[in-house]
Design a protein around this ligand. Structure first.
Ligand code: F6R
Ligand code: MG
Ligand code: MG
Length: 385
């Protein structure tokens, strides 16, 4: 049986700064979805991580469905009204366009959707990150589906032994490439290590997978708010749907990818590298330096279009060690203040407010005599030949 899982998220205002959602706003969004989902959705869940409201929907209309996207858009609009009434900070922030035109993509909210052939039991995890960007998923998704040190199923389970297919997007050039692993593992890594440019969009099983051939098994939001708005309007806090078990990474293999905090870009003013801390929903408040960046995970199962769950998977003592490490990393990094590599490199600051500050200084610069500009350095070398 075919089913579609659509996860759509947006920051429509937070309390007091970019810290967390205001419960009545989340309640309004939940009520709107509930009141308007008849005949459209077969199941849904509305929640939040940090300052982002997260809507998980199940239906049978396929991806890019105008009614499903419209429902999420209008629910965010309804929530924005409540946010405006109480004066929430950044009310309606991610709703970048005035009118909905049939597809929510490119309008601000993040979208991750997949149409699947539903298994007898269809378990999946929705990962939601705050204060970071889509490329933050590169490392953990690679570990889940391509690193046998994280996922021993790649070695042990005959259904996983052939590996998976990765669809990687170049979000700057607007092009994509499909590469199989393990055949092209090093090529995949050559790209996805540059996480602000190359992002894993989807993972598929291969044709040879006995239980689930050629199926989409993971999808990540890849919406770049900065590129849509042309200026900094908050990082594009991403989410991902990952199917698990029975020839796919086990629940624990998927979660294990977050057991050792790694650095992601975002955090304060979308301008800093910081550790990604796995937390339960109750701890997804972005406090210290507007962070540190966090990831929460909700586990569901799907049967005949109906959802059971969620279970709050990082709300567990087994991840206390990861949280402690993330806090130690935070302490170390914060001492660097505005210096790289805590602060992002200049190339990644292009869409922040820093260029505005630097442009104010441009008229005060004077040339350094005899200094060769970086782009002319090649010329003297050629003369010597
Ligand atoms: C990061 C984020 C926050 C804000 C910061 C300043 O994604 O949203 O760290 O950048 O709180 O916000 P403004 O400029 O709105 O005062
Ligand atoms: Mg925000
Ligand atoms: Mg956010």
């Amino acid at each position: 049986m075919k089913a579609t899982i659509s996860h759509i998220k947006a920051d429509i205002g937070s309390l007091p700064g970019h810290t967390t959602v205001y419960a009545p706003v989340e309640e309004e969004v939940r009520k709107f979805v509930s009141d308007n989902s008849r005949g459209l959705l077969t199941g849904f869940h509305v929640g939040h991580v940090g300052d982002d409201i997260q809507i998980t929907m199940v239906h049978s209309r396929g991806i890019d469905n105008p009614e499903v996207h419209g429902l999420a858009w209008n629910a965010f609009k309804a929530g924005t009204e409540v946010a405006k009434k109480v004066g929430l900070y950044g009310a309606g922030q991610d709703l970048l366009k005035d009118a909905f035109s049939g597809n929510i993509k490119g309008m601000g909210p993040g979208v991750a959707e997949m149409e699947i052939t539903s298994r007898k039991s269809e378990p999946f995890i929705v990962y939601m990150m705050d204060k970071t960007e889509p490329g933050a998923f590169n490392f953990p998704i690679f570990k889940m589906f391509a690193d046998p040190f994280n996922t021993p199923g790649l070695v042990i389970d005959p259904n996983m032994h052939d590996g998976f297919r990765f669809e990687v997007w170049d979000v700057l050039e607007g092009r994509k490439i499909e590469l199989p692993s393990p055949e092209n593992t090093y090529d995949i890594l050559a790209m996805i290590g540059s996480k602000s440019r190359y992002v894993i969009k989807r993972v598929y099983t291969k044709e040879a997978h006995e239980k689930l051939p050629d199926e989409n098994v993971a999808v990540v939001t890849t919406d770049k708010l900065s590129l849509i708005a042309g200026e900094y309007v908050g990082k594009d806090d991403p989410a991902a749907i990952v199917r698990i078990q029975s020839g796919l990474p086990a629940s624990g293999e998927s979660l294990e990818a977050f057991a050792h905090p790694f650095l992601v870009s975002g955090w304060m003013r979308g301008s800093f590298n910081g550790p990604l801390m796995p937390v339960g929903i109750k701890d997804s408040k972005m406090t210290r330096f507007d962070g540190p960046p966090r990831v929460a995970a909700l586990g569901f199962v799907l049967k005949d279009g109906k959802l059971a769950g969620p279970v709050d998977l990082f709300d567990d003592v087994a991840f206390d060690g990861a949280r402690r490490t993330a806090i130690e990393m935070t302490d170390h990094l914060r001492r660097m203040g505005p210096f790289e590599p805590h602060r992002l490199p200049e190339s990644d600051m292009e869409y922040t407010t820093l260029p505005k500050v630097l442009s104010r200084l441009s008229s005060r610069f004077t040339p350094i005599e005899g200094h060769i500009k970086a782009e002319t350095l090649e010329e003297p070398t050629r003369d010597m030949d």
